[in-house]
Unconditional design. Structure first.
Length: 121
């Protein structure tokens, strides 16, 4: 019985010591971390950043991106023109069927073979 009590006390002591050892509420530890985070070497990072952006590959990449967006704008303009052209009745009305002007509907006896569409109108 006495051994169990002694063992329980030792275990509780070890657990409490382990928990307090992990507590980082020590002001000296906090101040160290805070000083490191608040005062980085900005001059060093500014020069690194400048060197990175002035690298020739980045200029080449920027030019490629600009060209991509120019091509994309041209494609959009081309598609808008095409959509506007397709609104004309020549393209939207099925009775035109390949003709620039709507074909005449002649009487049955006077109909002719159409070379454009292969239909007798």
């Amino acid at each position: 019985m006495m051994m169990r009590l002694l063992l329980v006390i030792c275990l509780l002591t070890l657990v409490s010591l382990a928990a307090s050892a992990q507590d980082s509420r020590n002001p000296a530890v906090k101040k160290k971390k805070l000083d490191y985070m608040v005062t980085p070497d900005y001059a060093k990072w500014a020069s690194v950043r400048k060197a990175f952006y002035e690298h020739p590959y980045n200029k080449y990449y920027d030019r490629l991106v600009e060209e991509y967006y120019k091509r994309k704008e041209e494609v959009i303009k081309k598609n808008q023109k095409l959509a506007k052209k397709l609104e004309k009745p020549q393209y939207s009305d099925p009775s035109y069927f390949g003709h620039k002007h709507k074909p005449k509907k002649r009487p049955v006896g006077k109909r002719k073979y159409c070379k454009e569409c292969g239909i007798v109108h």
